[in-house]
Design a protein around this ligand. Structure first.
Ligand SMILES: C[S@@+](CC[C@H](N)C(=O)[O-])C[C@H]1O[C@@H](n2cnc3c(N)ncnc32)[C@H](O)[C@@H]1O
Length: 336
């Protein structure tokens, strides 16, 4: 890539930045507040929450940068577990304004056939417009189709199927149906949910369903066995840093230049992968001369199995240096 060319993330940010241009700031903030209120209300909903242009513009400007970064982090983990693999086709289910398609574009080079499915026509229309402003052939050539996720769902076969921030909006039946259909249609399936206890439980249930359908977990888990987390005690989630737009600062107050989006995810494949030996499940704690790492390790009886805490000290030399640079969500120990 040309070093001075904007990255996919930069293009997305600037395209979204212009979205609410012309709308008085108070009106833009009001549209976001309305949207947040409807998401706080009853879900699953019988009708789309994103009903019109101002709903979807508010969603895209306010939430899309965060869902984009969460999906990108999940896809990075899949790309690390499957080096050399790149999807030649992608179906994004409940794709809304297309955050996951931008994240796929930021992760793998094309060419790629992209299809976005959603029941909210205004979201698809805006998604198509945003994609048209990108410099990517895969994004510009994407197909945007109105589709209801329910028991009759039939997905086109694809190398990659993503379902991002959608499971929580579905009835239990529709949730089971979409995961089953993603597992049938996708060579790789990536599911992302908010990093809350409820979001984690939906991912945990879906993970079991994907494994039962014959897929292998590529990330974040180092194995296909039962998740070692005791439900109710903790939840598996990660964090992605998101630059805050002026709209964010207006709605949320404060002047922080960024915020951290918490998310839970699972990536599973029908082809062989190399999952991480262990994964860092919390922000590392750096103390004087040592780093504490909370890890989820392999199954079985060895000391690194299940949930453990590693203490890495100066005596560990290069490993100590790596631990000081390590981040929540990364593989451990680092490859190479
Ligand atoms: C929170 S948004 C997530 C959008 C996008 N995937 C992202 O990560 O930014 C949820 C999306 O799911 C769609 N959705 C919810 N229930 C649906 C259903 N039953 N059928 C089709 N789409 C649905 C909504 O219209 C909305 O676009």
């Amino acid at each position: 890539m040309n070093a001075s060319a904007p990255t996919t993330a930069e293009t997305l940010r600037s395209t979204l930045g212009g979205l609410l241009d012309g709308l008085p700031p108070k009106q833009a903030a009001a549209a976001v507040e309305r949207l947040i209120a409807s998401y706080r209300g009853q879900t699953p909903t019988d009708v789309p929450v994103l009903r019109d242009r101002s709903d979807v513009a508010a969603y895209a400007a306010y939430r899309m940068p965060a869902t984009f970064e969460a999906v990108r982090a999940a896809l990075d983990a899949l790309a690390e577990a499957a080096p050399g693999w790149a999807p030649g086709s992608h179906v994004d289910v409940g794709g809304g304004t297309g955050a996951a398609t931008w994240a796929v574009d930021a992760t793998w080079d094309g060419p790629r056939q992209t299809t976005v499915l959603d029941w909210a026509e205004p979201a698809l229309t805006l998604g198509r417009e945003l994609a048209a402003a990108s410099g990517s052939d895969a994004l510009r050539g994407a197909h945007w189709r109105r589709t209801v996720i329910g028991t009759g769902l039939a997905l086109p076969d694809a190398d990659l199927v993503t379902v991002s921030y959608v499971l929580g909006e579905l009835t239990a039946q529709a949730r089971t149906a979409v995961v089953a259909e993603a597992a049938r249609a996708g060579r790789a399936v990536v599911l992302i949910e908010p990093g809350t206890p409820e979001g984690y439980l939906r991912i945990r249930e879906a993970r079991d369903q994907l494994i039962a359908a014959g897929l292998r977990v590529a990330a974040p888990c180092p194995h296909d066995g039962t998740c070692p987390i005791e439900v109710g005690q903790d939840w598996c989630h990660f964090s992605a840093r998101v630059s805050r737009s002026s709209l964010h600062r207006q709605v949320k107050g404060g002047s922080l230049a960024y915020e951290d989006e918490k998310f839970s995810y699972v990536a599973a494949t029908r082809f062989p992968v190399e999952p991480a030996p262990s994964r860092i499940t919390r922000r590392p704690q750096i103390r004087k001369g040592l780093v504490l790492l909370d890890l989820c390790g392999p199954q079985g009886g060895d000391p690194s199995a299940g949930l453990t805490r590693a203490t890495v000290t100066k005596r560990h030399g290069d490993l100590y240096k790596a631990a000081r640079d390590a981040d929540w969500g990364q593989d451990w120990p680092p490859a190479g």
